[in-house]
Every structure is written in structure tokens, then in C-alpha cells.
Design a protein around this ligand. Structure first.
Ligand code: GLC
Length: 422
């Protein structure tokens, strides 16, 4: 183990609160959905049993309808807003009322197939299979009520890319509730406000939470919400997860589930054309309220490779995200875009988890050089700045929370194996 490997392992252990790992102490003191699944990949490098446990703990908070919540509030912490009272979901343990990108099946497959202890992997994979399947079924029904093949996201927080410029227009259309309950943000007490979402965005985030709570978090929110977006990231991640779950269904002889999964995959593949801008070949999210692609394309569109649907034109389009000012791949927003802000969260910074998903997709689809470049940059960022939440693509500065779990996990599971940049 190198010194950096040891530091990454120490971050996972320090953020382990017993069966789940917090993203970072202070800023995010609970269990987050896609963090945990991706962090399990890091745990698998240290302790396979602990990797399975991370995902099992997350699924222990699954809702009866199949939804896996975005946040599980295992124990109270006054340092975070919005906490359980504000969500008012009435669940035990308390959870938020929305979800996050469904990476569980894909992470689980990687862990099971790479496991040294195959007996354990088989048993724990089998036990998780019906739960993960139920979460996919929830997406394909509750979040696709008109059977379109595209699943809908109801809150920017569900995309995991909270303040991405992809949501600017759709979010601006959400009228701030005149009776919005007053609130005090906590995030900006942990991290400099210039690196976090703005007040106008936050008022709208809270308006949506209040609206859904008033509807008791019932499924009708998927049709009545003023914010309904087919997020390109969530849809690509779900399609990939369906394929990975299909591999499990075939391995476990689950023929009924396999047929169901093949049907979801076929419908998604038939529907994804709406994401592609025919002029540029870039993949955008699709705003269901207005029936149009969201104007700003972000790095999320390159998750088409993770879904197995990228092409040479899209691979060629990566260049402006890296060159022309972006010294470290992959900026979340193209540096030449007027909305680019290299320090503000999902409006420009590099995120290692996005780099991992995109680079692995590129590699699998035969774009090995592009994948290697992204991996080398990810390695360089950690080597020079450490295990930050995100990084400035122009100067490589570490930003947001420090000692960040999923950055450490991406190091352990992926970036440390990259060839050092030449
Ligand atoms: C922020 C990120 C989200 C992540 C969470 C915990 O909300 O936008 O993607 O899951 O923090 O790290």
C-alpha cells in the first residue's frame, strides 16, 4: 500500500459509523444513496464483507414501494439541513422522500464478480437481488407513469448533480412558494458559499420539498410537479443498471425477472433518441414540462458510454471539456460555456465519481485512450490536492468537503491503478 492508499483507507474507516459510511463529517453526516454504492467499491478493496454491508444497510431503508431514498438519517445530527422533520416522510429510520441515481446494481456486479470469496458474494448478491429489482421496478413504473421508456426526476437533488446548469431553466420555472417555511441553511457554515448553490436555487429546492410533503410523498407527485426532468445521467445509469441486473438474473436463473429487465432495456433504448442534439451529437437532459431538451449540455451526457450507447461523434466531443482551459478532465461544464464556474459545485468542477463512470464506459466501448486520459487526470488531482469532494478543472485545487469518502473510494477502486500522466 502506498501512502495515498493508506490515507484513502483511513478516510473510509474514519467515516464509517457502523454499517454505513458518511460522505464526510460535518457537511454530510448521514448515509447517502449513490455515495454508499460507489463507496462499496472502495470497501471491496479493503474488506469484502464490509462492502456488501454498505449496500445492505442502504437497502434496509428501502420504502415498501421499492424506492431507495437519497438520504437515510440513521441518527440525529443538528449540523445538517434539511433534516428529517422538514422531509416529514414518516419512515423508520427517517429518510428523505426522493431518490438518487441507481448505481447499486452496477456496483454490486463489480463487487460480486471481483470478489475473492465467491461463496459470500453469491449468497449476499442473491439476497440483495430482489430488493434491487424492486427499486428498478419502482423507477420504471412510478417514475414513468405513461410508459415512455424514460424515467422522470422530480428534484435536482435526485440527479446527484444539485446545481448543474442543466436545471437552470426548469428550476427557474418553479415559483417559490409564497408560504415557504423559513429555514436556515447549514451547508454554507461548512463550506464557502461561493462553492455552493445560490439562495435562489435553495428556495426552489425547498419549495419542491414542501410541495411533495404536502402531498404526503404519494406517487401523484410524479405527474403534478412543476419540475419534471428526464435526467440523462439517471436514465443512462438506470439502463446500465438494468443490464447489470440482467446478468444477475441470468446467473441466478431468475427467468421472469430477466424478461422484465429485457423489456425495460428495450424500451429505454427506443426512447433515448430525445436526449441527442442532432446538430452537435451531444446528449442533454429532457425537460418533460416543456417537452424539450435542456439547453445546457454537461458532462452527464457522456454517461451515454456507461450505458453502452456512446459513439465516435460523442467521443470526439469530449475535447472541449478537457482542452481550451480545462487542464484536468473532466470539467462538469465545458470551460468555454458562459455558465461555467470552476469552483461552484456541479457548475464546472471535476468529480471523481463522474470521471470513473464515464471513463469506464469509454474503455468498455473501445475508447481506451480517452478513458486512460481521464483516469490519469483523476490520479493527478488526488496526488496534488488530496481527497476533496471536487476539484477546480483549471488549477486542480481541491474544493468543497475534505477527507471525502467517495473520492477516497474512487482512488482505491480505480484512480490509483491509472498510469501516471506523462
Ligand atoms: C451532494 C451531491 C450529491 C451527493 C451528496 C453527498 O448533495 O450533489 O451527489 O450524493 O452531496 O455526497
Amino acid at each position: 500500500m502506498s501512502a495515498l492508499d493508506a490515507r484513502a483507507a483511513a478516510i473510509l474507516r474514519a467515516n464509517d459509523l457502523g454499517g454505513y459510511t458518511v460522505p464526510t463529517k460535518g457537511l454530510y453526516p448521514f448515509q447517502w444513496n449513490w455515495d454508499s454504492c460507489l463507496v462499496a467499491l472502495g470497501w471491496a478493496q479493503l474488506d469484502e464483507a464490509r462492502a456488501f454491508q454498505e449496500i445492505e444497510t442502504l437497502f434496509s431503508a428501502q420504502w415498501p414501494d421499492g424506492m431507495v431514498p437519497q438520504i437515510v438519517f440513521h441518527r440525529p445530527d443538528p449540523g445538517y439541513f434539511p433534516g428529517p422533520e422538514r422531509w416529514g416522510t414518516g419512515r423508520t429510520p427517517p429518510t428523505s422522500g426522493i431518490t438518487q441515481p441507481p448505481v447499486a446494481a452496477s456496483c454490486l456486479r463489480r463487487i460480486v464478480e471481483g470478489a475473492a470469496d465467491q461463496a459470500q458474494a453469491e449468497a449476499r448478491g442473491r439476497a440483495l437481488f430482489p430488493k434491487v429489482l424492486a427499486s428498478h421496478r419502482w423507477f420504471h413504473t412510478v417514475r414513468d407513469p405513461d410508459d415512455s421508456g424514460l424515467v422522470t426526476t422530480l428534484h435536482p437533488w435526485e440527479t446527484g448533480m444539485d446545481n448543474s446548469p442543466a436545471w437552470d431553466e426548469a428550476l427557474a420555472r418553479v415559483e417559490i412558494a409564497p408560504d415557504l417555511e423559513p429555514y436556515v441553511r447549514k451547508d454554507t457554515t461548512h463550506v464557502e458559499p461561493s462553492m455552493r448553490p445560490t439562495a435562489a436555487e435553495y428556495d426552489r429546492f425547498m419549495t419542491l420539498v414542501q410541495l411533495y410533503r404536502q402531498h404526503g410523498w404519494r406517487h401523484e407527485i410524479a405527474t403534478l410537479s412543476p419540475f419534471r426532468v428526464a435526467d440523462v445521467a439517471t436514465n443512462c445509469i438506470l439502463l446500465r443498471a438494468d443490464r447489470d441486473l440482467l446478468a444477475f438474473a441470468e446467473r441466478f436463473g431468475e427467468t421472469g425477472a430477466a424478461a422484465e429487465l429485457r423489456d425495460w432495456i428495450r424500451r429505454a433504448e427506443g426512447a433515448f433518441g430525445v436526449f441527442v442534439d442532432p446538430m452537435t451529437g451531444l446528449w442533454h437532459s429532457y425537460d418533460r414540462v416543456v417537452g424539450a431538451r435542456t439547453p445546457t449540455a454537461t458532462h452527464a451526457g457522456f454517461l451515454a458510454f456507461w450505458a453502452g450507447l456512446g459513439d465516435a461523434r460523442l467521443a470526439a466531443a469530449l475535447a472541449p471539456w478537457q482542452a481550451g482551459g480545462g487542464r484536468f478532465a473532466l470539467a462538469s461544464v465545458r470551460p468555454a460555456d458562459p455558465r461555467f464556474d470552476g469552483r461552484r459545485y456541479w457548475r464546472g468542477p471535476v468529480w471523481l465519481i463522474a470521471n470513473f463512470l464515464i471513463a469506464e464506459g469509454l474503455r468498455e466501448q473501445g475508447y481506451g485512450d480517452a478513458a486512460a486520459g481521464i483516469a490519469a487526470d483523476s490520479r493527478r488531482l488526488v496526488e496534488s490536492a488530496g481527497f476533496f469532494e471536487y476539484f477546480d478543472p483549471l488549477d486542480g485545487a481541491g474544493l468543497g468537503g475534505a477527507s471525502f469518502t467517495w473520492t477516497a473510494a474512487m482512488w482505491l477502486a480505480w484512480a490509483r491503478f491509472a498510469h501516471a500522466a506523462g
